[in-house]
Ligand binder design. Structure first.
Ligand code: AMP
Length: 591
């Protein structure tokens, strides 16, 4: 396929906001893709070069794209910058300056999708001294031979901002339609995707081996499994009732989630977001090598920094210092990590995902029998709410976050939040027991004393996973430090869009919309019903419509934009409704 055709599809995708229409356009695009190029097209559409765990990054800043546009069109850098300031989007700048290029245009572009993809990969992989000039040259060559529409996406792609509004779920649904003629196959595709976290591979397998290849798809070493997530309930009684009696209850540790893949001496670690973190944790790697009695294994746990002087674990705020790219070894000896292992997904060629918790735990304990650094999470088996509650209280007294109860008969549910794992966390008076992860979809200008920062607050949304849209839940207007206001303004300006972005469902209008990209963690006192927010909005008997909102929302600590969570991993509408119902129940019990 020619890149110009792909650019046409992107242009069509950008112009629509209905999810169904997006699926149809994407289906048409996939139908036209050959077996060889389907993976490339999927990665490009996701705005990446490879799945996140491969760690291929463009390493391209806006200034570099500006320079490439300047070289490709003959406009001086200052003019490119001026146009960018005016339009707020380097893609649009590339498009208009290409359309009015001062240079003689090369022949009409005949670059194929694969050629463009490969050049983009070269741009990403060029490193070392002088690499900046090389990257500029390669990008400029592409843009110089492009049509204005192609140039728009060529400039946006290396910045990771295609702005198409397509989520993984939409791509999966389109794959299902394109290769089986119906949306019914999406469940199977999702299952396979949860096992390898790589949409490109899924597209390739499906186009080469048909639905059968997907049905038979298995866990693969060194391709991370999308992590199982926990539901939450507020009381020990509710947990025992939901588990229908006997269950396992484990301590809940507040550190880094690590997924470990080992085959002989080859070992890799992946974070909760499935990025490779092998280099960051040499102490864990060494322990896996020396202390785990297995040749081929995939298992999971929570890593915590240990204070050898006091014989206690460091709190999370300290542990987080271990997540670094430089000075790794010094920090590792200052704050060695211990890993509390809590699940096993694969062992010596055998898939454990589908086996019940009891079997997985038994095998996990066996392989860790003689390990000192990697310890199975502390766990009890119980059917008594009192015993569960006592265990919870002791855990909290010992400085832990709470507990996670686990269904003894359930498989490992990759990539989903299900009641096979139920968490109960400590809460503070007058505060929701859990924080919420919200997606920033707009911001407000500052007034009064805030005017100088040009930032007065955020409009935030939760993710409605069944509709695949983002629904507003709160406007956060207070509690920002000056540094935070400055950083929000600076980062959000880069992703400003003129109109409500696709997949956003909102009734309020912020001063500026932003493309959904960043997730922030928010605390609140309560969830209330609200006529102005779209989260969980439904029609009441009297015809009025209400949704849910947060009371006294505030962001946690000094946090600003956080790239470690994807927008689809934000708190969901369903979770907000559950939290709302739980808060009601607790209230009733107290009365
Ligand atoms: P939360 O992030 O509050 O939704 O809680 C789920 C997280 O708790 C998981 O992603 C793990 O990183 C962490 N965790 C800590 N201890 C455990 C445990 N024993 N079992 C499962 N998850 C745990």
């Amino acid at each position: 396929m020619l890149f110009s055709e792909l650019a046409d599809y992107y242009n069509r995708l950008e112009a629509v906001s209905s999810r169904l229409t997006m699926i149809d356009i994407m289906t048409e695009l996939l139908n036209k893709s050959s077996k060889k190029e389907v993976a490339h097209i999927i990665y490009m559409t996701q705005g990446v070069l490879a799945p996140p765990f491969e760690g291929v990054e463009f390493g391209v800043a806006e200034k570099l794209v500006e320079e490439a546009i300047s070289v490709a069109t003959g406009y001086p850098k200052e003019e490119v910058e001026k146009d960018y300031k005016r339009q707020g989007d380097l893609g649009l700048t590339a498009q208009s300056l290409c359309g009015a290029s001062k240079l003689k245009r090369m022949n009409a572009n005949k670059n194929s999708v694969t050629e463009v993809y490969k050049t983009m990969l070269d741009i990403a992989q060029t490193s070392g001294s002088g690499s900046k000039d090389g990257k500029i040259r390669m990008l400029a060559n592409l843009i110089a031979a492009a049509t204005p529409l192609e140039a728009k996406y060529m400039a946006r792609y290396p910045l990771g901002q295609l702005r198409l509004g397509l989520g993984d779920s939409t791509i999966l649904e389109a794959l299902s339609k394109a290769y089986t003629g119906s949306r019914e196959f999406k469940g199977q595709l999702e299952r396979a995707y949860n096992l390898c976290s790589d949409l490109g591979t899924i597209g390739e397998e499906l186009s080469a081996g048909g639905p059968k290849a997907i049905e038979e798809f298995k866990v693969t070493l060194f391709k991370p499994i999308r992590p199982a997530l926990a539901e939450r309930l507020p009381t020990a009684e509710a947990i025992i009732e939901r588990m229908k009696g006997r269950c396992a209850v484990e301590q809940k540790y507040d550190g880094f989630r690590c997924q470990i893949h080992k085959s002989g001496s080859r070992i890799k670690l992946f974070s909760r977001r499935l990025e490779e973190t092998t280099e960051m944790f040499p102490d864990i790697i060494k322990a896996v090598q020396n202390e785990v009695r297995a040749n081929k294994i995939i298992f999971e746990g929570e890593a915590l920094a240990f204070n050898e002087a006091t014989n206690e674990f460091f709190p999370f705020q300290e542990t987080i210092q271990r997540k670094r790219k430089h000075g790794v070894d010094e920090k590792a000896s200052e704050m060695p990590l211990h890993l509390f292992a809590f699940d096993l997904m694969y062992l010596e060629g055998e898939d454990y995902i589908g086996k019940p918790y009891e079997r997985r735990r038994e095998a996990l304990e066996h392989v860790l029998k003689s390990s000192k650094t990697i310890i199975p999470s502390t766990m009890i088996l119980t059917s008594s709410a009192k015993e569960l509650d006592d265990f919870f209280r002791t855990s909290v007294t010992n400085g832990l976050e709470g507990i996670v109860a686990k269904d003894l008969t359930a498989p490992y549910v990759a990539g989903a939040r299900k009641f096979s794992w139920i968490k109960m966390k400590r809460s503070y008076r007058g505060e929701l027991s859990d924080t919420l992860d919200l997606v920033i979809i707009g911001y407000y200008l500052g007034r009064g004393s805030r005017a100088e920062f040009q930032f007065g607050g955020l409009l935030c949304a939760v993710y409605n996973s069944s509709k695949d849209v983002f629904e507003t839940i709160t406007r956060i207007g207070t509690g920002f430090s000056e540094a935070q206001m400055r950083e929000f303004k600076q980062e959000l300006d880069k992703i400003r869009v003129k109109a409500k972005p696709p997949r956003v469902d909102a009734m309020m209008e912020p001063d500026f919309w932003v493309y959904p990209k960043y997730v922030i963690t928010v605390k609140a006192d309560e969830i209330t019903k609200s006529p102005t927010h779209t989260c969980g909005r439904e029609k009441l008997a009297d015809g009025t419509e209400v949704g849910y909102a947060l009371r006294f929302p505030r962001i946690v600590g000094e946090e600003t934009v956080r790239p470690d969570k994807s927008i689809e991993e934000a708190t969901t509408t369903k979770e907000v409704i559950e939290l709302f119902n739980q808060q009601k129940k607790v209230g009733v019990e107290e009365e």
